[in-house]
Design a protein around this ligand. Structure first.
Ligand code: UDX
Length: 433
């Protein structure tokens, strides 16, 4: 099929490449010339395992092109809209400016029978509004809403082998066009839910709200564990064996960050309030508050570990990204902790396998080290804030020889506490004795 993807940020670049990899002919459109040039050269402007490979192979096959000229969508019949919906500067609501601008720019190039497919995460009600806009345009194109559930670090796999497909459609024809787009996944038995626009939009935000709630739930249990001497990791293992609960997303620690969960729960709350149903999701404010308290908890533990003040102490913060296998530092707990410690007068040195460049743009005031060894050298305290493999596998015996003070805060509960203690470290975890 001939597809276009409007917006080549994280979601759009991955979607365009994956669709081309599956055999479709794809043109990716973005207003950012530099981004388009990088993608066209096979170099994604962000780190995502497996993406450079498919970008290069799809590009070489001639099935994938990138352009800044919207007119290049003319041959495509299915147009995915994958632009960002960031949090507004002065409120928690999603900023819909880019979605509307993309649709407005697309309309002049649409033909009778074209399908516009929304992928961006939007406030419920958006699709109905955009469908009306398309109808009013007289272009003859119709709309579907097809939310995306990809995780950073697994984005290529999640796109090529999604665990479900959700189509918000107004007619059967739209569903059958999407079936053709996703024929490969459907052929392997991927479940497909065909529904109305509002349900499709809500599936996306409620999935993220549920995941965020699961994380904050276990972090709330960590807070209770901290005052009772219980171990939240064991607790998670034990409740996770109940298939109704499940062990995944029950890892207590410094909390969730990234470009999706924090912004999506806030935008969902704002939208529910607009709809007069604020009370239905009032708990999400608590989810957000618990999450932010865990960052403070790490800072408090650091103060405690250093005898009451971090002032002028050297602290190695391992990790700047919001999770491993990503270079994304948006709303990153790791970076937030580093900034707070620096604000308290600590000499903070952050390190990360992929995220330093992005972190430096946002926080040029922090010091960065290229390797964990460099960060550890002479440190009075080590804070593991992002569970990169490199950090999980640090040798406590060797690490002890590098630091000035063998004290570690395991902000992700991923270190072997007994082994670190045996190597002479004072170990502090999150919700662990
Ligand atoms: C999330 C959703 O998982 C994905 O389906 C959606 O499309 C986009 O948002 P992503 O932001 O890539 O994906 O990250 P995810 O793996 O969900 O992790 C989010 C945050 O939660 C990270 O900061 C992670 O460290 C944290 N987390 C995750 C925990 O603190 N504990 C857990 O048990 C799981």
């Amino acid at each position: 099929m001939k597809l276009s993807v409007i917006g080549c940020g994280y979601l759009g670049a991955v979607h365009a490449s994956a669709m081309a990899e599956l055999g479709h002919e794809v043109v990716g459109i973005d207003v950012d010339q530099a981004k388009i040039e990088q993608l066209a050269a096979g170099r994604p402007p962000f780190f995502e395992p497996g993406l450079p490979e498919i970008l290069t192979s799809a590009g070489a096959s001639g099935r994938l092109r990138f352009s800044t000229d919207m007119a290049d969508v003319a041959e495509a019949t299915v147009h995915f809209v994958a632009v960002g919906t960031p949090q507004m500067r002065d409120s928690h609501a999603a900023d819909m400016r880019y979605v509307d601008a993309a649709i407005d720019a697309l309309i002049p190039f649409l033909k009778e029978g074209d399908l516009v497919v929304g992928k961006s995460t939007v406030p419920v009600g958006t699709a109905a509004r955009l469908a009306q806009k398309l109808a009013d345009s007289g272009s003859g194109a119709t709309l579907a809403w097809n939310p995306e559930f990809l995780r950073e670090g697994f984005a290529v796999k999640d796109t090529i082998e999604p665990d479900r497909l959700v189509y918000g459609v107004a007619d059967e024809r739209a569903a059958s066009i999407l079936d053709e787009v996703y024929a490969t996944a459907l052929g392997t038995g991927t479940p497909r839910i065909v529904t109305d626009y509002a349900t499709a939009e809500l599936v996306k935000v409620s999935a993220n709200a549920f995941l965020a709630t699961k994380i904050s739930f276990i972090n709330a249990m960590a807070e209770i564990a901290e005052v009772t001497g219980a171990d939240v990791s064991q607790l998670a293992d034990a409740i996770g064996h109940d298939a109704r609960i499940g062990r995944r997303f029950l890892n207590a620690g410094v909390g969730f960050g990234g470009g999706c969960l924090p912004k999506d729960i806030r935008a969902f709350t704002a939208r529910a309030e607009e709809l007069g149903r604020g009370e239905s999701v009032a708990f999400l404010k608590e989810v957000d508050a618990i999450n932010l308290r865990r960052r403070q908890r790490v800072v408090d533990l650091a103060v405690e570990a250093l005898g009451g003040s971090v002032y002028n102490k050297r602290i190695a913060v391992l990790g700047v990204t919001f999770k491993p296998d990503s270079d994304d530092v948006r709303d990153s707990p790791a970076l937030d902790v580093a900034v707070q410690l620096k604000g308290l007068g600590a000499r903070v040195v952050s390190t990360d396998p992929q995220g330093i460049e992005n972190a430096r743009i946002r926080h040029p005031q922090l010091d960065y080290a290229g390797t964990a060894d460099e960060a550890l050298a002479g440190a009075d305290l080590v804070v593991l804030a992002t569970e990169w493999k490199q950090f999980r596998e640090l040798d406590p015996v060797r690490s002890a020889t590098l630091v000035a003070g063998a004290s570690v805060i395991d902000g992700r509960n991923v270190l072997d506490a007994a082994a670190w203690r045996a190597a002479g470290w004072t170990y502090r975890g999150m919700g662990r004795p």
